[in-house]
Design a protein around this ligand. Sequence first.
Ligand SMILES: CC(C)(COP(=O)(O)OP(=O)(O)OC[C@H]1O[C@@H](n2cnc3c(N)ncnc32)[C@H](O)[C@@H]1OP(=O)(O)O)[C@@H](O)C(=O)NCCC(=O)NCCS
Length: 236
Amino acid sequence: MDAVIHIRRRHVLARAELVATLVPGLDRWPGRGRTAAAATVGDMEIRPAAPDERSLVERVVAEAFEEEPGGRVSRLLRALDATSAVRSSLVAVDRGRIVGHVQLNRSWVDARPALVDVLVLSPLSTVPDRQGEGIGTALIGAALDEARRCASPAVFLEGAWNYYGKRGFQAATPLGFQRPSHRIPESAFQVALLEGYEPWMVGPLIYCEAFWSTDTVGLRDPRLAQVEEQAARSRP
Ligand SMILES: CC(C)(COP(=O)(O)OP(=O)(O)OC[C@H]1O[C@@H](n2cnc3c(N)ncnc32)[C@H](O)[C@@H]1OP(=O)(O)O)[C@@H](O)C(=O)NCCC(=O)NCCS
């Protein structure tokens, strides 16, 4: 990312009834059922994580996902790193503290005319004591800017449609993409189409190896069935 992004804004939260977010940490959606208060994101910068910040990033991600260090999402981070799949790792820094992180990783769309390089946004994390202030939203925006800068035609993710749907993403299946696994509920399989996208670039999304080797693709029963039911109930 060329420029450091400086953000100063007031993010007023409404009470949000959200479908549980997906793997992992799906049942830990922040503040479910709580009435949120107004909060301010002070002078926060979003910038690429430095190589010596890896363990700090891992700690932020583990905290956000309420995992022990070395847990499933930490293992995913390491596997993505070890397989050179990381295309961008961005941190949100507020007064010297890393308060959030987002990562873009390589994957492919197996379109009929050609294999298309695309990006998968995963994971997205805000430290628990700063959630609900707009940091996640700012990180998603910065990640999409970064994807544009990389000339990626599309960014995919697995997540709650009513969260990411307001932040540049839309359901991927109706556009002609196929999920990497039937264990990703259709409502959670989302894509942001960018300027480089062309209509022929559709087909199955092929995840890079790290998602499989760490078993972080989609959900498994009984949680999968539960989430599918929730999604069916809350979809307009
Ligand atoms: C998901 C996550 C990254 C969002 O980050 P964030 O900084 O809290 O995101 P934002 O402040 O930009 O937006 C928060 C949204 O959740 C709601 N929310 C967040 N915290 C809330 C709280 N304490 N009370 C009520 N609503 C809350 C907000 O209303 C807002 O929803 P809306 O604007 O769509 O109505 C963060 O909660 C997190 O790290 N969760 C654990 C890891 C995870 O699940 N990652 C995503 C995997 S797909």
